[in-house]
Design a binder for this molecule. Structure first.
Ligand code: NAD
Ligand code: UGA
Length: 473
């Protein structure tokens, strides 16, 4: 067991989790020195940018915290080895995407960044350091980290005395778009481990702003697995409600009312029942694929098949939205201009990873439509990268097909458009002057609201034809 006074902490990985999580720890624990490390130089430069609008991540409340703590007790650096050496506690918050090659490709998590982090820690850190897994990892990864830490050649110092480490699991449950609020007021903090002193050291950090009863401690494997299962259940709820959105459209029921009606049952609860274009984000898909891989590994075929269906419904939802758009626009969208409202995978973030907008827009382009894409936070170069199609300067509806350009405003996007397709639930798509917008479009003017944000009756009264997800009229 290790007893340690924690003063200096660092985090390997300055991404969506590492950056905000460490910023909040630094903010709430002014006595700690917090170093956030990354091998990506550009990312660190952006974290250190004086212009706070250039931070690599947009999250409500993040820039205020950075302004207060940066270069006081919060530092962003590329000097990974140097800060690992000094740290009493090291968080690992590196990416764990789905493997693209080799054994388990397409399902298993690629743990090469976790392994690289463990090797760096083994080589440079001092004995007694506590290692905290923040990344989402397959169950038993802590064992892998521990094995690397113990067996790595560099682990022995000059006197051949092995260094001692303790590995804890503390998965992160924040959601993008509400990351700072989630970190300041989490439903729970989960800590898994076998070493009571190390667990206490981490509990003490969180205790600076989180009540003890919200800090749940358990063994390593339950902690690691709980994270995967939490994400799987959240994604399953979305696929369930999306499957019912199709049933509502066919039965003249309204998914919004259905969601509300069932959510009133305390056992079901009202959250995560919004039908939409399918879940996106960097984690739901990869974590379910990982779960499927683990179940297959243990011979649990029925369990893995059950979770595979959640992903299948998600893809189907995106496909059926495109089919519906084509059918409603007289069976062809070739050469038609479609205004895309929203490209981020959800509102209040500039993240587009696995955004349903990517697949939907790619399919609409394949059908020959011209897209004018507007998102308040996603820049054109990111959209270009995601669609793998160069941006055009403008759209000539007489001649062009299968091209896209970015729009700076809603008004810019809708000029001469045949349809508007809402893909992200940004607040500004709720308060639209539909009468004014209608005048700028071609007729018949369609609204396809895949987030059911607008009152169908009201928009129809302004002269639009409207299809809203899960609304069967
Ligand atoms: P990210 O890709 O935004 O950030 C990871 C960072 O780690 C990158 O900047 C990368 O350069 C850096 N990195 C990789 N190897 C490194 C090394 N050896 N040394 C230094 N830096 C290194 O990823 P993310 O979204 O922050 O996710 C990190 C983990 O947290 C994943 O396992 C993810 O599943 C999990 N998670 C993510 C979220 C989310 O909302 N994004 C929420 C909860 C959990
Ligand atoms: C999700 C989880 O909510 C977090 O708890 C978890 O930490 C994180 O994944 C992770 O491990 O990465 P996030 O992906 O940031 O967070 O965002 P969510 O709010 O969960 O939304 C995911 C997707 O589901 C979005 O595309 C969103 O639009 C969609 N969604 C969400 C719906 O379609 N309907 C809903 O009712 C809720």
């Amino acid at each position: 067991m290790i007893e340690r006074n924690i003063r200096n902490i660092c985090c390997i990985g300055a991404g969506f989790v590492g950056g905000p999580t460490m910023a909040v720890i630094a903010y709430k624990c002014p006595e700690l020195i917090v170093n956030v490390l990354d091998i990506n130089e550009k990312r660190i430069q952006n974290w250190n940018n004086k212009d706070l609008s250039k931070l690599p991540i947009y999250e409500d409340g993040l820039s205020e915290i950075i302004e207060k703590c940066r270069n006081k007790n919060l530092f962003f650096s590329n000097e990974v080895e140097k800060h690992i050496q000094k740290a009493d506690m090291i968080f690992i918050s590196v990416n764990t995407p789905t493997k693209t090659k080799g054994v388990g490709a397409g399902k298993a998590s690629d743990l090469k960044w976790i392994e690289a982090s463990a090797r760096l820690i083994s080589k440079y850190s001092k004995s007694g350091t506590i290692i905290v897994e923040k990344s989402t990892v397959p169950v038993k990864t802590a064992e892998t980290i521990d094995t690397i830490l113990r067996s790595s050649e560099e682990n022995n110092n000059k006197d051949h005395i092995p260094k001692k480490f303790t590995v804890l699991s503390s998965p992160e449950f924040l959601s993008e778009g509400t990351a700072i609020n989630d970190l300041l007021n989490p439903d729970r903090v989960l800590i898994g481990g076998e070493d009571d002193f190390a667990i206490k050291a981490l509990v003490n950090i969180y205790n600076n702003w989180i009540d003890e009863e919200k800090i749940f401690t358990t063994d390593l494997w339950s902690s690691e697995l709980s994270k995967l299962i939490a994400n799987a259940l959240l994604a399953q709820r979305i696929s369930s409600i999306n499957s019912f959105s199709a049933l509502c459209e066919n039965t003249d029921a309204n998914i919004k009312d259905v969601s509300q009606a069932i959510g009133l049952d305390k056992r079901l609860g009202k959250y995560f029942l919004n039908a939409g274009p399918g879940f996106g984000g960097s984690c739901f898909k990869k974590d379910i694929l990982n779960l499927i891989y683990i179940c297959d590994f243990y011979g649990l075929k029925e369990v893995s098949e059950y979770w595979a269906k959640v992903l299948e419904i998600n893809d189907w939802q995106q496909k059926r939205i495109v089919t519906t758009i084509v059918q409603k626009l007289f069976g062809t969208i070739h050469g038609k201009k479609l205004a895309i409202f929203g490209f981020a995978f959800k509102a209040n973030t500039n993240d587009t990873r696995e955004s349903p907008a990517i697949n939907i827009c790619k399919r609409l382009l394949e059908e020959g439509s011209c897209l004018s894409i507007y998102d308040p936070k996603v820049n054109a170069s990111k959209i270009e990268e995601d669609l793998a199609v160069n941006q055009s300067k403008s759209i000539n509806i007489e001649k062009d097909a299968g091209i896209w350009c970015s729009a700076k405003t809603i008004n810019d996007a809708v000029k001469q458009a045949d349809a508007i397709i809402i893909l992200t639930e940004w607040e500004e798509f709720k308060n639209i002057d539909w009468e004014k917008i209608k005048k700028m479009m071609r007729s018949p003017s369609w609204l396809f609201d895949t987030r059911s944000m607008n009152d169908v009756k009201n928009v129809r009264e302004k002269g639009f034809k409207v299809w809203s997800i899960g609304y069967g009229k």
